[in-house]
Design a protein around this ligand. Structure first.
Ligand SMILES: [Zn+2]
Ligand SMILES: [Zn+2]
Length: 349
């Protein structure tokens, strides 16, 4: 840093600390390592962001453990970043230095394929992702193409805003995919970061929400947020459901959730990874026009719409903050189901 004057903002260190997936393996075997890395240089159209917080998502765990195959050696995970723009790449003009921005999962689509041209850029075969194809936010600084960054709603503090960027947006898309009728009955399996945000949106829109999850703390949080009932993940829902969303990465829940649906009901699978789904019985699980749908990432339109809605509904974000230096332990806690709400890494500035 220079001694004085107005140039200090332009001075960015050359080296930073970052967590990398050194070798994918079980989280209990420490797949993440804290290293020093050169600070990334923003390419054309990109901005460099000083990370203030980064949410911990289950996808980070899947990457660390190799359930999602690595696309880049020693990648820095993390795709729920809230930070401050500190440098603009050539041609970047959407944000100014000092602006608060969010970096999320989706970071590139081609803009030209049939999916991109029909409002479904989440299905673009060229799509790329933060913390998988490119380094993410478990670091002191990160770059992002400006067109894929978000303005963060002012009503949320940094740590509260971070989980909105993946848990919130993907949960919102999952809710849209249920096509839940007005006042409908929605089952939610698993009640972590994404589910606790999605439940609030559904309830605010008039849905009757039934939560089926392990863990007493998660069930208490669900009731506090307005769930009509809570139960264990293997319980039958108390009423026939119009739709259900499975947030837990557990394929064995699929037949159970299908049996809890009424005629014409829709089951949505929200995760990027799921363990094997047992064989289904046509009559018990699918007949009477029940259907199963997956969710693949999100469009930027989903993201913008959800952030506006989250602010308008004053969505309450329950977080457990963890110092940046303990990112590996935060992932262990997530794997063990010990996190209340969403874990968020905080960086001292
Ligand atoms: Zn495309
Ligand atoms: Zn995520």
């Amino acid at each position: 840093m220079t001694g004085s004057g107005t140039m200090w903002r332009c001075v960015v260190a050359k080296v930073m600390r970052a967590w990398v997936v050194s070798e994918p393996r079980l989280i209990t075997q420490s797949p993440l390592t804290l290293v020093e890395r050169p600070v990334p240089i923003p390419a054309r159209g990109e901005v460099l962001v000083r990370v203030r917080v980064c949410g911990v998502c289950r996808t980070d765990l899947h990457l660390a453990e190799g359930a999602l195959p690595p696309r880049r050696a020693s990648v820095v995970p993390g795709h729920e970043v809230v930070g401050e723009v500190v440098q603009l790449g050539d041609g970047a003009s959407r944000f100014g230095v000092g602006d608060r921005v969010g970096i999320a999962w989706l970071r590139y689509t081609c803009g030209a394929c049939r999916w991109c041209r029909s409002g479904r850029e989440n299905l673009c075969p060229e799509s790329r992702y933060t913390g998988w194809d490119a380094d993410g936010g478990y670091a002191e600084l990160a770059v992002v193409p400006e067109g894929f960054a978000y303005r963060v709603p002012t009503s949320f503090a940094d740590a509260q805003a971070a989980p909105l960027l993946c848990a919130g947006i993907i949960g919102y898309r999952s809710l849209l995919r249920t096509q839940l009728p007005p006042g409908g009955r929605l089952g939610i399996y698993g009640f972590g970061a994404s589910a606790h945000l999605t439940a609030q949106v559904a309830i605010a829109q008039g849905a009757e929400v039934h939560v089926l999850t392990r863990g007493q703390a998660a069930r208490e949080l669900a009731l506090q947020l307005g769930a009509a009932s809570v139960g264990g993940p293997f319980d039958q829902a108390p009423v026939p459901l119009d739709a259900a969303i499975i947030f837990a990465p557990a394929g064995e829940l699929v037949p159970l959730a299908l049996e809890s649906l009424g005629a014409g009901g829709t089951l949505v699978l929200a995760g990027i990874h799921m363990s094997d789904i047992p064989a289904l019985d046509y009559r018990r699980h699918l007949f009477r026009e029940r259907s199963v749908r997956s969710v693949t990432s999100n469009t930027r339109g989903d993201g913008e719409a959800f952030l506006v809605l989250a602010q308008r509904l004053s969505v309450q974000v329950t977080t457990t903050t963890v110092p940046f230096e303990r990112a590996d332990l935060a992932l262990r806690d997530l794997a063990a189901g010990r996190v209340r709400g969403a874990a968020v890494l905080t960086l001292a500035t």
